[in-house]
Design a protein around this ligand. Structure first.
Ligand code: T5A
Length: 210
């Protein structure tokens, strides 16, 4: 049934996902693709409410399992209400973060066993995965400095440096396991060079998957 493609952007805080989404949008327009832009946690009315609970400071001591389950609750709603219907109508879906973020943050960062995340992924996604993932990789210090200049820290951004080092390493491990899907972009470079890498990877994907 699925006709469109699902592209995700991943990376630690301040990696440039929001900035790079604009480039993805441009590339879709140039290729004449119909697309929708979305994000996680969020993307639906319920998901955006869950995002506020997850990112806000009201529930600072939230249990790790609660955090994990809320991420997948948001994702289940997102898949059913937005992502799958769009793909089945032939639209492309561009998403700022998806399940790789759960493996990186709740798995790597919080230390929840991958097997438990995998069980939820199997339940909610039934084998569904992004077709292409752009992993914006850069040193943690550089990402947090960029994020800090942009806005006040959310609940995740208040974590210690070590947390983000584990998150970054988990992302790199995921890319190592699935090199065909997850493409590493050197996000430490000037924006122009980062956008050039994205253009090259996405155009290559477009050529091989019309
Ligand atoms: N989360 C999410 C989980 O724990 N588990 C999950 O399953 C999911 C889905 C979501 C939070 O939720 C967590 C992870 C996150 O902590 P978010 O808002 O989606 O939060 O993610 P953030 O990382 O917080 O988003 P940011 O907006 O902080 O980072 P971006 O979007 O990566 O960075 P961006 O584009 O805003 O850029 C930051 C600043 O850097 C500049 C930009 O102009 C901007 O000022 N910049 C550059 N400067 C120089 N050179 C470049 N190459 C630059 N690129 C960008």
């Amino acid at each position: 049934m699925k006709q469109g493609s699902f592209i995700t952007l991943e990376g630690i805080e301040g990696a440039g996902k929001t900035t790079c989404m604009a480039q993805l949008r441009l590339l879709m327009q140039q290729a004449g693709k119909n697309y929708v832009e979305t994000r996680e946690p969020g993307g639906t009315e319920l998901g955006e409410d869950l995002r506020q609970l997850l990112l806000g400071h009201k529930h600072i001591g939230m249990a790790d399992d609660t955090e994990l389950l809320l991420m997948f609750a948001s994702r289940a709603e997102h898949l059913q209400q937005k992502i799958l219907p769009a793909l089945n109508q032939g639209q492309w879906v561009l998403c700022d973060r998806f399940t790789d973020a759960t493996y990186a943050y709740q798995g790597g960062g919080r230390g929840i066993a991958c097997s438990r995340i995998q069980a939820l992924e199997d339940w909610v996604q039934k084998g569904f995965k992004p077709d292409l993932t752009l992993l914006l990789d850069l040193p943690v210090e550089q990402g947090l400095e960029r994020a800090g200049k942009r806005s006040a820290p959310d609940r995740f951004e208040s974590e210690a440096m070590e947390f983000f080092r584990k998150v970054r390493q988990s992302y790199l491990d995921l890319a190592g396991k699935e090199p065909g899907r997850v493409k590493i972009i050197d996000a430490s470079l000037d924006l122009e060079e980062v956008l050039a890498q994205i253009t090259s990877v996405v155009n290559n994907f477009l050529q091989n998957k019309p």
